[in-house]
Write a protein that binds this ligand. Sequence first.
Ligand SMILES: Cc1cc2nc3c(=O)[nH]c(=O)nc-3n(C[C@H](O)[C@H](O)[C@H](O)COP(=O)(O)O)c2cc1C
Length: 322
Amino acid sequence: MDYLGPVELPFTGPWLLAPMEGVTEPCFRDLVLARNPSSQLGGAFTEFVRVVDHTLSRRVLREHLGPRRFEAPVGLQLMGANLDALESTAARAVEVGAPLLDINFGCPAKGALRGCAGSAVLRDPPMLERIVATCVRGAAGAVPVTAKIRAGDDDSNRIEEISRSVENGGADLLTIHCRTRQEHYCEEVDWSRIARAVEAVSIPVCGNGGIKTHSDLERMRIETGCTHVMVGQAALGDPWIFSGTTVESAEAAHFLLEYAGLLAERRGVSARGRAGRIKQLLRHWTAGGLVGQDRRGWLAEVEAEGLFERLNEMARPLSRSD
Ligand SMILES: Cc1cc2nc3c(=O)[nH]c(=O)nc-3n(C[C@H](O)[C@H](O)[C@H](O)COP(=O)(O)O)c2cc1C
């Protein structure tokens, strides 16, 4: 294959919102992108889009990219192992306007492992390299291609080898989630694994894993030498983590209500479904002291109306000043 050379990364700032299945669909993503300046939150990603054995339709790809555009780009994340389907889907994603393509090599779910995609590929660096090269070919130099790996499968011994496979495949950036597949989402993280990936390759590296507060973002960059930092779970609890803005409880409640509103308006999600989505965030929620000592109480709200009433009550001071 002709070497296409690196493509400039479109990120507008150093911090990135992680791809999260079931969460970073366009409604949630748009709210986070709207609340953080693009000089801080430099980009976001779709949840993974599984490519099995055929080219995904334009409609599916557009749905994942969503209706709104921000200054910070939203990369489309693909996951699969069928090279033909990946190449043609990558080309189509560019056609429908994806500003960046990312490849998932971290998903530990059984479905991904059965299809030999996601983190299953970490055991096979030559295959990983082929998948990256295939997506780079599909993107044909029109947009950058990035890849997101975990630190390894059972252990982190092969970080350097896996990282170099990403680089050799022609990726423009490597994101490393510093937990191994085996470690799932364990509390303890080892950022020195990110530093090892930085040492191993010459492309930019985005560090990921265990960010809890705004100050952790810069600390990870300094301690590991990575150029970008990606936040997953902490952004579910504090959508303002990228800018470090401290919000009042009313503003935090307002965010959750707006999220519920968008889910109803754009996707026709039922009240029960909306309450479920909000509770998913409340499990992580730290912003605005909203949850305080009563996380259990919030999560125990069985009826959707009870949950929305409570949020409306909390958001009231903001509605008055509007
Ligand atoms: C609910 C959830 C869904 C996720 N879905 C994806 C996904 O679709 N693609 C992906 O590459 N990683 C996915 N991840 C992993 C995150 O992108 C990130 O790597 C991980 O949460 C570690 O970052 P953190 O410690 O900041 O949470 C998911 C994580 C969570 C918690």
